[in-house]
Design a protein. Structure first.
Length: 116
């Protein structure tokens, strides 16, 4: 499931950029792409700004970065499609968007391989 309704990819996945940047207006709804447990929901000093990380089990995690707001907390169980925050321009960001990553057993993978 796409984590945001926008489909404007402003930066694709490559070795130097381990996720998708999806351009969206500040505050656009960001949702959990699958059910899981929130393992991080706070500011991140490694350029991600406001960041939510969800562990989906079986080695999968999703990262939602540069958020303008965070509406979940670490330890919380979220459902697929549940609102987790608003897209934003925090951290090392040049404009409002969602940076979306998928990791499998801690290795970064191309989100396009999993999105419908």
């Amino acid at each position: 499931m796409w984590p945001i309704s926008a489909r404007n990819i402003t930066q694709g996945y490559w070795v130097g950029h381990p996720g998708l940047d999806i351009g969206a207006s500040e505050g656009s709804s960001v949702v959990a792409s699958d059910r899981g447990t929130v393992t991080w929901a706070a500011w991140n000093t490694y350029c991600y700004g406001n960041l939510v990380v969800i562990n989906h089990g079986n080695g999968f995690e999703t990262f939602y970065a540069h958020l303008s707001s965070i509406n979940v907390r670490a330890g919380q169980i979220v459902q697929k499609g549940q609102y987790i925050g608003g897209s934003g321009n925090t951290g090392c960001s040049s404009g409002p968007h969602l940076h979306y990553e998928i990791r499998y057993n801690t290795a970064r993978d191309n989100p396009y391989n999993y999105l419908p």
